[in-house]
Design a protein around this ligand. Structure first.
Ligand code: ZN
Length: 184
């Protein structure tokens, strides 16, 4: 009798404790919503296709002759070129810096419409034998790669009216050296 009653007491105690703990337990998970913060920035990074939010710096263009330059930094002198349709276009690219082409080369590459700048830029890295111009029909016109003190020009028929992209396809430059080439 004594043994059973002590068991019964233990059981009663265990039940009491068991009924106690669940009422306290739910409060803890509610206070810890830690995992929600890292999830938020991820979708924002994927979502919009990169828009050019830089202030517009137009290139000097006289009678469809474009003056474009770049120095010892990864930057073009302009990020917008406006030309007239139905005429020849000449782009004069001048390297105003001192660094050699192997270290800080620049070129002017006009991409066909719809060509993805990043995908093209990555492909161009491997085209070392052709001045970082990969084979294919993604390029409308381009200069050679120039180093400090050098210049090069290219003349071509203006493509149909629309907005195109121009870049420097020297490895690592296309992320910053690009702009809009607008045919009006
Ligand atoms: Zn460059």
């Amino acid at each position: 009798m004594e043994i059973r009653s002590s068991h019964a007491l233990l059981l009663a105690c265990a039940l009491a404790c068991a009924s106690c703990t669940p009422s306290k337990a739910p409060e803890q998970p509610v206070e810890a919503p830690v995992d929600e913060k890292p999830a938020a920035p991820a979708p924002a990074a994927e979502a919009p296709p990169a828009k050019d939010t830089r202030p517009v710096v137009p290139a000097q263009v006289v009678d469809n002759v474009v003056e474009l330059s770049a120095g010892d930094t990864i930057a073009f002198s302009a990020n917008e070129i406006r030309v007239q349709a139905g005429k020849k276009v000449t782009v004069n690219l001048t390297h105003t810096g001192k660094m050699p082409a192997e270290a800080m080369g620049h070129n002017f590459v006009l991409l066909a419409q719809g060509v993805d700048r990043n995908a093209f830029g990555l492909k161009a890295v491997g085209a070392t034998d052709t001045g970082y111009i990969p084979a294919g029909d993604e390029v409308i016109a381009h200069t050679k790669v120039v180093g400090g003190g050098e210049s090069d020009s290219v003349t071509f028929d203006a493509p149909p009216p629309g907005t195109y992209q121009f870049i420097c396809s020297f490895p690592g430059h296309y992320g910053v050296m690009y702009g809009a080439f607008i045919v009006e």
